[in-house]
Design a protein around this ligand. Sequence first.
Ligand code: B12
Ligand code: SF4
Length: 467
Amino acid sequence: MMITLIKPNIGRREHSLYVDNASMEPLQLGILAALTPPDVEVVMYDDRLEPIPYEEKTDLAAITVETFTARRAYEIADEYRRRGVKVLMGGIHVKLLPEEVKAHADSIMVGDAESEWANMIADLKEGCLKEEYVCQSFTVPQKGVLTRRDIYKGKKYMPITLLQFSRGCQYNCKYCASSVYFEQHHYTRDVGEVVQEIKSQKRKLLFFVDDNIVANKEKAKELFRALIPLKVRWVSQGSIDMLSDDELMTLMVKSGCLGLVIGFESIRPESIEFMHKGVNRRYVQDNYKEAVEKLRRYGLQTWAAFTIGHDTDTLQSIRATYEFARRNKFTFAAFNILMPYPGTPLYDELKKEGRLLYDGKWWLHEQYRFNYTAFVPKNMTADELTEAGFNCRRDFNSFSSVLYRLFEPRTNLRNPVRFFTYIIYNPVFRKEVFEKQGMTFGCLEKDEEERRHEGNPDPAGNREEAK
Ligand code: B12
Ligand code: SF4
């Protein structure tokens, strides 16, 4: 028996599927492979990097679905089903909108797969796959499951190992899909198992893809203590309230942390209140002066994440956000347009107020494009917000800004590793600003047809076209 695991792309850029130059290994598929009994063969195809060989014989196509990849995931699912192959879908979007996904799948799995994957395989073997598997969340996730990384071999991924220490987050920022998925819970893995997972592979550069690695500060300290002897370097995501705990920060740095994605979200206290981001309340008061100073003192290279388009934002305040990020010489920054992800309080609120665009289902709409505004903002038009977001990204990643931000002695110029991290990744993200803007969701049937007939087109060729 064989299972084909699929990671869908977002969509198309001009006439070819977008090729992501900076793709990372899809952790969820490595976990699904690890959960699969040895008598079942597993192959994995990553639609971001390679064509999907629909003609290859398989017993099940198991597809991971996020909201922004849903349209493409459905195209892939429909093609497999047209060929008589059974399709199973799982992932965040499945939990957010199970009924929508069901229309494209023989079976769906709702929630973290660990509790139901083996049952599903037993049913598949018996030929009685259920329409729906509802998983239970374990207080200790991924217990006894060592990610199978052999499925990534031979694919052009970034040389960084993805793993998790924890899942979820207890906060409830109004726009956050993860908060809905995990029902405002935070679960931590067994530290010994995390150490074992790190030792089971060769890389020293790690990405903990936790929603918030410091959501439980005492558990995080336990992890950081265990990381110190491993001499690894790592990055992750964390909420800004970590800065209130000096012991935590000292251990974090000692354990090899290079930097974190931190949700600054807004420089306006009223916007922080509007989005229910209580963890930022204290830090926004002095315009993050204390926070930025502390991050520099600890020598962390920060990826500052902002969301723009809140009812309290104006075009001027959005521009001021960009200026704040440049002035503070953040290593990287994201200026994400506020997105109404289904299932979030933000989505429900905008729906109630009749402010959703694209029939309320931007992720399926033919006219919707990546990084476009999907709702009617209060103090500007949707187009103005889209343009303001693009301008922030373009200007923050401009050559003059990259040069200006480099000269931060305690972070970007702290040592050769920091310097190279800065110098290598800033151009990658600059390129992404232009390549991703306006990308369609999904792939036209015509393109799919072309890809099938072309056999195995060289992804580098597509990349040339996408420039
Ligand atoms: C790491 C990460 C990234 C990485 C990608 C890493 C990679 N491998 O490519 C980076 C930083 C590049 C990234 C980018 C983006 N991301 Co991101 N990302 C994450 C993060 C933090 C972790 C994902 C992960 O690996 N989780 C670990 C695995 C093990 O968990 P899992 O996927 O949930 O899988 C479990 C279950 O869902 C289930 N399951 C999953 N798939 C399947 C499939 C089947 C068949 C079955 C049965 C079960 C199953 O079982 C798994 C094991 O328990 C999530 C947050 C989150 N908690 O998911 C956001 C998240 C997925 N990202 C999000 C977003 C919005 C984005 C961006 C669009 C942001 C932007 N504006 O640019 C971009 C787009 C990416 C792109 N393709 O260009 C949102 C998506 C919201 C949504 N509703 O879809 C999330 C949920 C964050 C959030 N707080 O809302 N991201
Ligand atoms: S702190 Fe981050 S992960 Fe937690 S709910 Fe808010 S946005 Fe989501």
